[in-house]
Design a protein around this ligand. Structure first.
Ligand code: 13P
Ligand code: SF4
Length: 342
């Protein structure tokens, strides 16, 4: 994103973003307000040799205005490893920025969001895992990437929503402790049964408030009301919701499915960022129902991105002590080894 942006080019990109309503959320006057900020950020980015990594759940003006990489948690962790920029601005939630820092100890990693955690990551601390490990010394501890560096430092393998089932299947231990998402954990247990994999899987009690909100009765009602409806969901939704879904996947897997299958009418059971990306990239799709917003992801603003690039404060910078970083790195590298055999 290097060329100067005009209100007209921004409007042309975002004119179909309506989410559940009929009104365009980016009229030309709003685009005119946003473009000076976008152009400032893109100038500062060059001056500071910075790269901006953005999760798909973040607001569209950030995704389409200033992002160098947009993706899911797995893709962004890989992108963080591939950059030769001096500064990484990680526009998502703090623990995803921590993963970038764990992988890039010599780079400055900045986070614009003022909110530090999320309902899922906040449900579990490194002390909790230490205690559980004493109680369950024979289990392999597997943590979802949506955890803090302290938690990763205490676990054996990290997973994301794009690889959780395959990694758990491959782990050479039939006793697994999966943390912290209990709904994803229940889905994992069902998937292992489906695959004929016999493992004892213990779960923690965390949930993502965005995905927990969807309920099977509403999904069934919308299915009955819209024959031919395709239901797509994220594995942080409940098992009842997944049973009624045509496809289940990570953020990027959902987008790929849409690109490959081009369904006409869709119910997206994930954060609204995916719906807005589809409204921009596949504007002919009809969406039914509404989507849920993640207040943590949506707390990132263009103003805060400009501030961290221009004059970062101590609290905008990710710092992890070296011992924790090294142990958390082992946990993340174990994931890469399972996925890519590196
Ligand atoms: P992804 O792994 O699909 O990026 O999900 C991240 C997330 O926060 C889901 O709630
Ligand atoms: Fe956390 Fe859920 Fe928001 Fe993802 S969508 S950051 S898991 S609250």
């Amino acid at each position: 994103m290097t060329a100067t942006m005009t209100p007209e080019t921004l409007f042309d990109t975002l004119k179909d973003v309506r989410l559940g309503g009929t009104t365009c959320l980016y009229p030309i006057d709003k685009c005119a307000e946003l473009t000076p900020l976008i152009n400032d950020i893109n100038r500062l980015k060059k001056e500071k040799n910075a790269v901006i990594l953005v999760h798909s759940y973040v607001s569209p003006e950030i995704v389409y205005g200033v992002a160098d990489f947009v993706g899911d948690s797995y893709g962004l962790a890989k992108d963080a490893m591939s950059t030769d920029a001096d500064v990484i601005v990680f526009v998502a939630v703090k623990f995803m920025g921590e993963t970038a820092k764990i992988l890039n100890p010599d780079k400055e990693v900045l986070i614009p969001s003022e909110l530090n955690g999320c309902t899922l990551a906040d449900s579990l601390s490194g002390d909790d895992v230490r205690r559980l490990r004493e109680e369950h010394p024979n289990h392999t501890f597997v943590c979802y990437i949506n955890t803090t560096a302290d938690v990763k430092a205490e676990c054996d393998v990290c997973v994301t929503s794009s690889n959780v089932n395959d990694i758990i299947q491959k782990i050479p231990n039939d006793k697994i402790y999966f943390l912290p998402d209990k709904l994803m954990g229940r889905n994992l247990i069902e998937e292992m049964k489906r695959r004929g994999v016999d493992k004892e899987i213990k779960l923690w009690h965390g949930t993502c408030y965005v995905h927990e909100e969807y309920d099977p009765d509403t999904v069934q009602y919308l299915r009955d009301a819209h024959p031919g409806l395709q239901v797509l969901s994220h594995p942080e939704c409940s098992p009842g919701v997944l049973h009624l879904s045509d496809y289940v996947g990570s953020t990027s897997q959902l987008l790929n499915y849409m690109q490959e299958n081009a369904p006409e009418t869709v119910l997206m059971l994930t954060e609204c960022g995916i719906t807005s990306r589809l409204q921009v990239e596949m504007p002919h799709i009809k969406f039914v129902g509404s989507c849920s917003m993640c207040r943590y992801m949506k707390s990132n603003t263009l103003e805060d991105i400009r501030r961290v690039l221009d004059a970062p404060r101590e609290q905008d910078t990710i710092r992890i002590d070296e011992e924790t970083r090294r142990r958390a790195l082992t946990c993340i590298e174990a994931m890469f080894e399972y996925v890519e055999g590196r």
